[in-house]
Design a protein around this ligand. Structure first.
Ligand SMILES: Nc1ncnc2c1ncn2[C@@H]1O[C@H](COP(=O)(O)OP(=O)(O)O)[C@@H](O)[C@H]1O
Ligand SMILES: [Mg+2]
Length: 361
């Protein structure tokens, strides 16, 4: 099973700049989608004040995600909270700004929806839809392995999400079971766009989770959308076998070497020949020769024999029957998530200089 730790180390500067949607677009979108009425900073502060904080459902390296409820409308949301100081110290400022800019511009059934962002003198706030079904990671840990049909359901919805992102020149770069949530019906929602990036050609910053890193990311040779197709191959392997292909025995310090050597031990029985051929094409070392590298990359992926009976229009329309339906009693139910300490309030205050870095957040 994947370690939930994240690694991100800037080896050289990024090659391209990210696109910015302006705040008014975000607000327009938020007004359409939410009962929380938004305007400028003051309105967002009022909206924040109206939120009742219920419980932590996730933690990460720089903050946590809380389930909150609008006292007026009674709607539930997820509030991602990041300590400004931790973000700056761990050199994640650009990534967090990317997360805001990119999520504000996206609207897709399999991608988390952002309503607004805000900041205080301690925290950055990102208000998202609350996705109550929990992490795919939890279901994988519980079941050990998934059968092929179950695995392909998630793979298909992720392919459609990647197709959308790549069509906007956005690469995701952090596919792993912890970042794939299930909504109330069991459909996929990709969360965590901290490493997502709008690129025009290749980019060079190494980030991601060790087991899911592509060879070109490790080599800092420059990477593009092909790195996402690599991670899809890792995910399918992990769903079918319960382990990742380059770290089946938990030897963390050998992962990079093994990925670069490209040697996979294929388990007997768990992966049939058609699936193996598909995974091999995704786990091709040379990104230019990898499945999905062509101009119409997602089409290449969708046209593989493994998807012979897949009706892609049905996938996009959320018409495939989810293999796991989360057990939920109400939309704010948190039983699908682990329990966390609620020790987040005593975070250091940011200085004026630090705050200035996030004045438009
Ligand atoms: N919108 C959401 N609804 C419910 N849970 C969420 C939501 N967003 C994130 N989470 C939970 O919080 C965890 C951490 O959030 P994430 O955005 O991945 O932050 P990090 O960058 O710290 O990994 C996720 O793995 C998930 O369990
Ligand atoms: Mg995450």
């Amino acid at each position: 099973m994947t370690s939930s730790s994240m690694s991100c180390y800037a080896n050289s500067s990024a090659a391209s700049t990210s696109s910015r949607t302006n705040d008014s677009d975000t607000i327009l979108m938020a007004n359409k989608l939410s009962n929380i009425r938004l305007g400028g900073r003051e309105e967002r502060q009022q909206a924040l004040d109206r939120l009742e904080i219920l419980k932590t459902v996730g933690t990460g390296s720089y903050g946590r995600v809380l389930v909150v409820r609008d006292r007026d409308t009674k709607d539930y949301y997820a509030l991602k909270l990041l300590s400004i100081k931790s973000v700056i110290v761990s050199q994640q400022t650009e990534h967090v700004k990317n997360e805001k800019d990119i999520l504000s511009a996206l609207r897709h059934p399999f991608i988390i929806r952002l309503y607004w962002t805000h900041h205080s003198d301690q925290f950055l706030y990102i208000l998202l839809d609350y996705i109550p079904g929990g992490e795919l990671f939890t279901y994988m840990r519980r079941r050990g392995t998934f059968d092929l049909k179950t695995s392909l359901f998630y793979i298909c919805e992720i392919i459609v999400a990647f197709e959308y992102l790549h069509s906007l020149q956005i690469i995701y770069r952090d596919l792993k079971p912890e970042n794939i949530l299930l909504d109330g019906e069991g459909h996929v929602k990709l969360v965590d766009f901290g490493f997502a990036k709008k690129i025009s050609n290749k980019t060079f910053t190494t980030c991601g989770t060790p087991e899911y890193l592509s060879p070109e990311l490790i080599k800092t040779a420059g990477h593009n959308k092909c790195t996402d197709w690599w991670s899809l191959g890792i995910l399918l392997f992990e769903m079918l076998t319960g382990v990742t292909p380059f770290n089946p025995d938990g030897k963390d310090n050998e992962i990079h070497g093994r990925i670069l050597a490209g040697k996979i031990t294929w388990p007997t029985n768990l992966i049939n020949e058609v699936t193996k051929a598909f995974i091999k094409k995704l786990l091709t070392q040379n990104p230019d020769k990898r499945l999905g590298a062509g101009r119409n990359g997602s089409r290449e992926v969708k046209d593989q024999p493994i998807f012979l009976s897949t009706r892609w229009d049905d996938v996009s329309a959320r018409k495939l029957k989810p293999p796991i339906v989360p057990k939920l009693e109400h939309p704010g139910d948190t039983q699908c998530f682990d329990l966390y300490d609620e020790d987040w309030k005593s975070v250091a205050f940011a200085s004026d200089t630090e705050l200035a870095m996030f004045s438009d957040f």
